[in-house]
Design a protein around this ligand. Structure first.
Ligand code: F6R
Length: 366
């Protein structure tokens, strides 16, 4: 059942190229630079009338929502908020019939996310769910759904569901941008071409596995970890830290790299491994200087960077290098070494990777 892998989590990490492919298959209209989302049930007219998007989710799904905000604001030019469901539902949020609520849930059964959907619906919000489980409560109660095709996720720590949520958000942003006229055919075609290429980029990132295992051996005894990133790499830093906490029980925090000097830099000493997400993107120079600040205070930098980056190689204690990737797809690819790092640290520490203590696969009570 684990297909020869030692744990479901590892199997699910390695299934990601397939999961990504299944999530895009049958949905791309390559000629038109558009996508087809069979169950979304939002007509162009409705999409055009939206003036604000609220993404609501918990945990890992909330992290994919934070990436979604970048995609939607960039491609659709609509203000987008991302809320934790347990906060949203008790806050008297501003919702009108022009609000589009996007619920993200792997299981489709998370109590707070379901309650947020009901709350939004009762106030007249348009809504769509991104779910992995067909006919789950959230999928049934929402007006429309964009299914991720990750297949059943058994490991409690979410991996392939997360990556396919990113793909679903990407597809949604293309459709939404096309409906609103904020992206044109050429841009849509380029994005689709990138997506078609994405399973093989994820496949390439998986080749880092033996190297990641070595890094895990070096740093597994640390008491705390910091994860830093800017832009879409910031939510990926949060997700990397969550994975490590959940399965290895090591305290870890994700931070926007630019926030370092507003507090967390006080934590840096020679015992603190700092995972810095520093791919070649629009934030590169700034993140390199944040990395230098960490190094100057004795922090031990594990840099996730773009293949062949000599500058980062010369500065960091160790690098894990991903293939060059179009900027929009970076979150997909950067997630892979972080998942593997959490996995290997947990295995080396001997914790229960697939069933971490105190955690349930789906949180159906508040
Ligand atoms: C983390 C994890 C949880 C879930 C959260 C939401 O690895 O699995 O943080 O992401 O409980 O679950 P869903 O997506 O099923 O609503």
């Amino acid at each position: 059942e684990k297909g020869g892998y030692k744990h479901f989590m590892l199997k699910e990490i390695f299934e990601q190229p397939r999961a990504v492919r299944d999530t895009i298959t049958g949905r791309l209209l390559e000629e038109q630079g558009d996508v087809f989302l069979e169950d979304m049930k939002l007509a162009d007219e409705e999409l055009k009338s939206v003036d604000r998007v609220c993404i609501v989710a918990c945990g890992t799904s909330w992290h994919s929502g934070l990436v979604g905000k970048f995609l939607i604001e960039e491609m659709c030019r609509i203000p987008t908020e991302v809320d934790i469901a347990s906060e949203f539902r008790y806050r008297n949020p501003v919702i009108t019939d022009k609000t589009l609520l996007v619920l993200i849930s792997q299981s489709g059964e998370t109590a707070d996310t379901l309650a947020a959907l009901r709350e939004g619906k009762s106030r007249g919000a348009k809504n769509v769910a991104i779910c992995n489980v067909v006919d789950s409560s959230i999928a049934r109660e929402s007006n429309g759904v964009i299914y991720t095709h990750a297949g059943p996720e058994i490991g409690v720590a979410s991996t392939k569901a997360f990556v396919t949520q990113l793909v679903a958000l990407y597809l949604f942003a293309i459709r939404f941008g096309q409906a609103r006229g904020t992206i044109d055919i050429d841009r849509g075609r380029k994005m689709i071409a990138d997506l078609v290429h994405s399973p093989s980029l994820v496949e390439d990132a998986l080749k880092l596995d033996p190297q990641v295992e070595k890094v895990a051996r070096t740093y597994m005894t640390a008491r705390d970890f910091l994860y830093l990133g800017r832009g879409t790499s910031y939510p990926i830093a949060l997700e990397g830290a969550l994975k490590l906490k959940e399965i290895s029980y090591i305290h870890a925090e994700g931070y926007p790299a630019g926030e370092m000097k507003h507090g967390p830099i006080a934590l840096i000493d020679e015992n603190m491994p700092v995972v810095v997400l520093v791919p070649k993107d629009r934030h590169y120079e700034k993140v390199v200087s944040n990395m230098e600040e960490v190094i100057a205070r004795g922090g031990r930098v594990i840099a996730i960077c773009t293949e062949g980056d000599e500058e980062v190689r010369a500065k960091a204690e160790v690098t894990l290098e991903i293939p060059p990737v179009p900027e929009d797809l970076l979150p997909l690819v950067l997630s892979v070494p972080l998942q593997l790092l959490a996995y290997h640290v947990a295995v080396l520490k001997g914790t229960d990777v697939d069933q971490p203590r105190n955690l349930a696969k789906s949180v159906t009570v508040e």
